[in-house]
Write a protein that binds this ligand. Sequence first.
Ligand code: SF4
Length: 449
Amino acid sequence: MKKVVFHTIGCRLNQAETAVLVDRLKRVGYEAVEFGQPTDVLVLNTCSVTGEAEADCRYAIRRTLRRSPHAFVAVTGCYAQTGVQALRGIPGVDLILGNQYKMKLPDYLPSLSFQGKRSEPVLLHSRTIDREDFVQEGVGDYGTTRANLKIQDGCNFMCSFCLIPFARGRERSRCLDDVLREGYELVERGHRELVLTGVNIGRFANGGVGITELVQRLEEIPGLDRIRISSIEPTTIPEELLDLMGSSKKLCRFLHVPLQSGDDGILQAMNRRYTVREYTDWVERMVTRIPDLCVGTDLMVGFPGEGPQQFDNTFSVARDLPFAYFHIFSYSPRPGTAATRLEQRISPPIIKARNRRLAELSRTKRLGFYQRFVDRPVSVLFETKGPEDLWTGLTDNFIRVGVTAPRDLTNQICQANITGVMDGLAIGQLTAQPSHPAGKRTLPMLERP
Ligand code: SF4
């Protein structure tokens, strides 16, 4: 049996796509092994969001070839779409698949890798990417309780710092029946939480169904306990989705809504589609309508023109809004994007210092959010036993809870009382038996749409 290592760099969408590739290659006889283990094939699913992509690729290829000098190396993902020339110059690459061909990898890999390593990589790449709604064969292979479910790809928004519209093409949605098909199959495999994933998921639209109705259709899957919306653009959140989040038993009270900057001038230069005031109003309205909602955000530091005042504006908004956490990104110019033409670049040490200040603030905000739940009951989907013998898992509103337990809690939903808070972890005590037995469940025959 041929061995294959998958190494994924970048976003949740890349992880979702890798998981489907794992499943499909296993079905044609490959055995998936851990990165760093001897292998016959390396599949590198890359990212080009930061300038590190090339370094990441070189590292992964070097590490694999040191252990397995004859391993066939296939590179796909956003860097394979946008950085073909650089990839061609990296020793050891045998196959480059642009994003148009990414999910066809299982069709090409067996015969190409059979021919062994090559002096020149085979290139499967097109500048343009299909615009039509799509079907994605296969089911994601995850070793975790939560599974990602891809519903959408591409983006039309053209934020000036972002390469994604070039790397992944125009927005398009996955066909509704196909989303539901994979959703049912993931639940049959024992996943209790599905995380809806895409580039701009609020723009999902297929056959007259938008994001809210999609969630309602997924809620009908028997045995599915949670549906989580991953990052969603603020201008694309329908009112009905908020209503549903406030009343649904399955849709998690969780919204990750990228802000990027708390300064109107910078937002405009970024080509974002809202003002600080509009964003602030949305967040305040959301937390009023949905009790105990977890709101997270993305912030970017060091965008051209971000002087001390602009950064202070971001810091104040981040501090004052009821965020539970932020992800902080340091701006790096991506060739081909509009922002590369902007002047007033910010120096790396300043960017680093700003990143550090916001990271510190994010830790404080998370602690504050967790503290609100001390002495309150929560429902936790447990994942694994971590260090210090604590079983950890997440509440629907994204609080990581750790408990001690004398039994295996993997993939069980249990009630717990929060008793205290440490850095990044709420400590809890179990208060009730799990709602379902441990491990994979055999579900009754599901009626498929
Ligand atoms: S909304 Fe903006 S940042 Fe997000 S993927 Fe689209 S272009 Fe990139």
